[in-house]
Design a protein around this ligand. Structure first.
Ligand SMILES: [Ca+2]
Length: 230
């Protein structure tokens, strides 16, 4: 069965509820940063590899709110969250991706190019890369990535750093929204052609979709017109 999302509605047509818990990494409050080494938990998230840092905006700017997550403490980290979903229901999964632009802890050096893998319920959505060259604490270079997915009952969102060292890929503003109708969806201003990766059972397909720019935000770059990995 083909699932097509077309973004043609106004932003006020449907109120979107984010189904993730602490997808903005605003908890716990981090005066600077708070490290969670595996295995550990913090609100909404389980750390399964290495370690991660919840980082406050006095270190570098988040995509949203006051904090974001660096997927490296001093080693490659991985976090996941299980989200209750309805089987067969279509969802839009969106996250902001960048990288820690600050200098490394010299004892744990990392390359300038940071790499992360994102998964939906075990399915790799893609490998995401940011070169921190030219980025700063105030110009982190956050990008939004969006995927259409289907629920299976309980679905696991996983983010894994593929970068060594103490400054890793960074995520923020994780969103999971129900797609209100199979043929319609609400996004925000600006029209961009987007490919959504759609999961139906075990089959992965990509569909060309007319989408609209998500979450306009000062200094927050958008990257919705790229071709997503298949
Ligand atoms: Ca945040």
């Amino acid at each position: 069965m083909v699932f097509l999302v077309v973004a043609l509605l106004s932003p006020t047509a449907v109120a979107l509820t984010n189904l993730t818990v602490n997808g903005d990494f605003e908890s716990p409050s981090a005066p600077g940063f708070v490290t969670f080494n595996a295995p550990s938990n913090f609100l909404g998230w389980r750390v399964t590899n290495g370690g991660v840092d919840v980082v406050a905006d006095n270190f570098y700017a988040p995509a949203s709110g006051h904090q974001s997550l660096d997927l490296n403490s001093v080693a490659s980290g991985s976090v996941f969250q299980d989200v209750a979903t309805n089987f067969g229901q279509a969802y839009l999964f969106v996250f902001s991706f960048a990288a820690n632009p600050l200098p490394d802890n010299p004892a744990f050096p990392s390359p300038a190019i940071k790499i992360m893998e994102a998964r939906w319920n075990g399915t790799v959505l893609g490998t995401f890369v940011q070169d921190t060259t030219g980025h700063t604490a105030s110009n982190v270079g956050w990008l939004d990535y969006a995927f259409g997915v289907f629920g299976t009952g309980v679905d696991r969102i996983t983010f894994t750093s593929l970068t060594v060292g103490s400054a890793g890929p960074a995520i923020d503003n994780i969103r999971l929204w129900v797609v209100p109708e199979p043929s319609t969806f609400v996004l925000l201003s600006g029209s961009i052609t987007l490919r959504l990766l759609v999961r139906r059972g075990c089959q992965l397909v990509t569909l060309p979709v007319l989408a609209r720019r998500i979450s306009p935000q000062s200094g927050h770059e958008q990257n919705l017109n790229r071709d997503y990995p298949q």
